[in-house]
Ligand binder design. Structure first.
Ligand code: SPQ
Length: 430
């Protein structure tokens, strides 16, 4: 297990970095490429551990996939071409791989077993296994199919209309993917809009997707057609440097290639709401997703309230937004964010425990946290608990602490941002 020491930055973060590919979009590009007829090429792929787990699983399902850094070629087999895997499908740390792949496996006329690491073994899967069973798949696992290892025997499924209790793109995507191979129409109704990369990319692969408010529907029997996919930079990765730029004295930095899909861009709204000096330039569309370059400067910030429909638009950014709030004047309240409890760690508990170690005034609530600022954070020893976003949030806290911060289990960061520390170094070089 690795420990990374982060030194406080006095001379500011300056310069330009290109944000690596979006994790959610990279997973989907590989999966949809595997299900498509023809050869899909991917540019800007995120070669993080989670997306590499997706490649490895689909290779075990008989799909030829060649990955060279950010370039991937997927030789699609079509829905009928996947093969019964001779080995267990190991999703590593990736919730997205687990849930989306379950939707696909549910429709396949063979048996497969899905496992992951300790963190995956604690994340609830009934949110997808229950509706997939209702569609006709046989799925079993610990706690009546709630936890991995999960065993799937798929087959002919039938469409359902599913009212999800949670605003989750993974739930929505798993059911819609199964729906594409099911009899009739499948609809998912969400309580609030979750990220819509699946809908956008399915359309780009030639699938008809009907969107009506919070309801998304697909008809069964549709074929995916291979294509070229350009993956924009991941706004969830950019968020660490947006916060770093806003709170580190004497900073001005530019992040290029940042995906600004409106279902993901809540962090921009919050930064602006809190008074950050942020410029959005060179707005364009790449592969059906809005992209721009962002410049942020050291800013005078004030507390805010983050809740309601904003939460699904920034759920993965909350750990680093908590760091931002420690440097803002006044109170920041984060609420309606119970979903944080079922991520790689319980992110309410891990954010609060680790920031408390650095002297933050932060308190956990049932559905979020309350932070009072501004606080001069102290140095100390914190840890990621194997959660990439906690590791990176603590490293960003270290940039403004009064002394060095040691981040234990920092290797977890390579799940979504393998070049994270290189980018900190680039921006702090004089
Ligand atoms: O893939 P995984 O492990 O679930 O990753 C996380 C993350 O922080 O990177 C969540 F822990 O992102 C999810 C995100 O929270 C990725 C995702 C997707 O690609 O569809 C959707 C969100 O999860 P959910 O459960 O709200 O659908």
């Amino acid at each position: 297990m690795a420990t990374k020491t982060v030194q406080p930055i006095h001379g500011g973060l300056r310069g330009t970095i290109r944000i690596p590919g979006d994790k959610s979009i990279s997973h989907r590009a590989v999966m949809f490429g595997a299900l498509a007829e023809g050869t899909t090429t991917i540019e800007g792929f995120l070669a993080g551990e989670d997306c590499l787990s997706t490649i490895a699983c689909f290779q075990k399902l008989g799909v030829e996939i060649v990955q060279e850094g950010e370039k991937v070629t997927v030789h699609g087999k079509g829905w009928k071409g996947l093969e019964e895997p001779a080995e267990i499908l190991d999703v590593g740390n990736s919730g997205t791989t687990t849930r989306l792949m379950l939707g696909i496996l549910a429709t396949q006329p063979f048996h497969s077993v899905v496992i992951g690491d300790d963190s995956i073994g604690k994340r609830p899967m009934k949110r997808v296994t229950v509706p997939l069973r209702e569609m006709g798949a046989q799925i079993d696992g610990r706690d009546d199919g709630n936890f991995t290892p999960l065993s799937v025997r798929g087959g002919q499924t039938k469409g359902i209309s599913f009212q999800s209790k949670v605003a989750s793109a993974q739930v929505k995507s798993a059911i819609l993917l199964a729906g594409l191979q099911s009899e009739g129409t499948t609809s998912v109704i969400e309580p609030a809009l979750s990220r819509d990369h699946t809908e956008r990319m399915l359309e780009a692969f030639g699938v008809e997707v009907k969107r009506d408010g919070l309801t998304v529907s697909v008809k069964g029997g549709q074929v995916l057609k291979a294509r070229h996919v350009v993956v924009p930079g991941d706004i969830s990765s950019a968020a660490f440097f947006l916060v770093a730029g806003a709170i580190t004295p004497n900073s001005k930095l530019t992040l290029t290639n940042v995906g600004l899909n409106p279902t993901r861009s809540g962090v921009i709204d919050v930064l602006q709401q809190m008074g950050a000096s942020l410029q959005i330039e060179n707005e364009r569309l790449e592969g059906g997703e809005p992209v721009a370059d962002l410049t942020i400067e050291t800013s005078t910030l004030h507390g805010t309230e983050i809740g309601g429909e904003l939460i699904p638009r920034l759920i993965d950014e909350i750990p680093v937004l908590a760091v931002l709030a420690t440097q803002a004047k006044g109170r920041t309240v984060i609420k309606d964010a119970e979903e944080l409890k079922v991520k790689e760690t319980n992110r309410i508990d891990t954010v609060v425990s680790e920031l408390t170690k650095l002297g933050a005034t932060i308190q956990a609530t049932d559905d979020g946290m309350i932070i009072e600022g501004p606080t001069t954070l102290s140095g100390g020893v914190v840890q990621s608990f194997g959660d990439h976003r906690i590791g990176m949030a603590m490293a960003i806290a270290g940039l403004v602490a009064s002394d060095s911060v040691q981040v234990e289990r920092s290797e977890a960061i390579s799940v979504s941002y393998p070049t994270f520390f290189d980018d900190i170094n680039k921006l702090s070089e004089k």
